[in-house]
Ligand binder design. Sequence first.
Ligand SMILES: Cc1cc2nc3c(=O)[nH]c(=O)nc-3n(C[C@H](O)[C@H](O)[C@H](O)COP(=O)(O)OP(=O)(O)OC[C@H]3O[C@@H](n4cnc5c(N)ncnc54)[C@H](O)[C@@H]3O)c2cc1C
Length: 381
Amino acid sequence: METYDVIVVGVGGMGSAAVYHLARRGVRVLGLEQYDIPHNQGSSHGLSRIIRLAYFEHPSYVPLLQRAYALWWALEHEVQERLLLVTGSLDIGTADSPILRGAVQAAQLHHLVHEVLEPAAIRRRFPGYGLHEPLLGLYQPQGGLLVAERCIVAHVQAALNHGAVIHGREAMTGWESDGVDLVLHTSRGVYRTRRLVLTAGAWTHRLVAAYRDMLQPERQVLIWMQPRVPAHFQPAMFPVFNMAVEEGTFYGLPIYGSPGFKFGRWHHLEQAVDDPTSMDRACHPEDEAVLRAFARRYFPDGDGPTLSMQTCLFTNTPDTHFVIDAHPAYPNVFIAGGFSGHGFKFCSVVGEILADLAQEGSTSHDIALFQAARFHKRALV
Ligand SMILES: Cc1cc2nc3c(=O)[nH]c(=O)nc-3n(C[C@H](O)[C@H](O)[C@H](O)COP(=O)(O)OP(=O)(O)OC[C@H]3O[C@@H](n4cnc5c(N)ncnc54)[C@H](O)[C@@H]3O)c2cc1C
């Protein structure tokens, strides 16, 4: 039976980074991915993801983000490829909205360069934006986008260069403990490992019974529209955004990797998913309608013909913060999930954290916010 120090299950955004950090440290690591690498059935496809520093979700994410930026740049250097494009970011809402207040709080607390701009000032600097009062935007110049699938490929390529073993099209079907090691069963064979890292994204709640009520996958839809004025939607002219308006909370990115202006609505049509494998992956007129109405009102120059649409998956926790913790019954199994629609930018640093946990059982990063026990007073078994 093949034996490893660590097996990582799920080579998507987080798993590819974990395999990379482990291999770089000389750990004998196997990465297992049920689909191709990369693929478009999980949470990490669609060409681009927002990265930003003025983190409205909670200021304690900012130090992790600062480390994530440094690790993305180091990876770019290692693979000699541009993975992170700085465009600036706008967090938009009314003065009392959680997005604007949270972004201001994080920026002030961590002394981040930022400006709060009125709609007219936003339009003058970034003419693709068609905002009106009472909306305000916090502009932070270090925001930008990550080239999503290329980030996974870069982590995988660099991991292989450092000696990792990675198998696509091989699903883990179960594991048991022999008291010391774990014996892992897959669609192709059986392996023995000291430690197991589960980065199974939207499938995690189906692999860990104790996480069933904690992690809720949700169907999302993205659109790429052909702007009426493409010049206004180029990366140099169009910061990435998050925006809370009366129609919901939306996010968007400039033209990159496809000729369209890309955006989506957080929690789209609020469709919970039990089995991600059988989710409805078609895009329907009602999916397009909610996105079209948003563009028409807030980005009139972007409201051109639809170029593409895609489905994707969030995995939500009840408080939208991540779960990064040891398995409640197996102390040598570590789980990272519940990234609640905002995890990709953290892949680089989560990979480092998971490598620390798998190697040492602890990490110097502050991950107190991500303990699973916050959802249950009783022991999770
Ligand atoms: C539409 C959309 C927009 C988003 N926008 C942003 C954004 O702008 N910025 C941001 O930071 N985040 C964003 N996110 C969130 C971010 O993309 C996710 O948090 C992140 O991709 C999650 O990575 P993951 O590794 O957990 O999941 P995945 O990348 O899906 O990886 C999980 C992997 O595990 C594999 N797997 C599962 N079970 C098994 C098994 N039994 N055996 C083997 N393999 C298995 C799956 O096939 C999959 O490849 C967005 C998400 C969506 C859907």
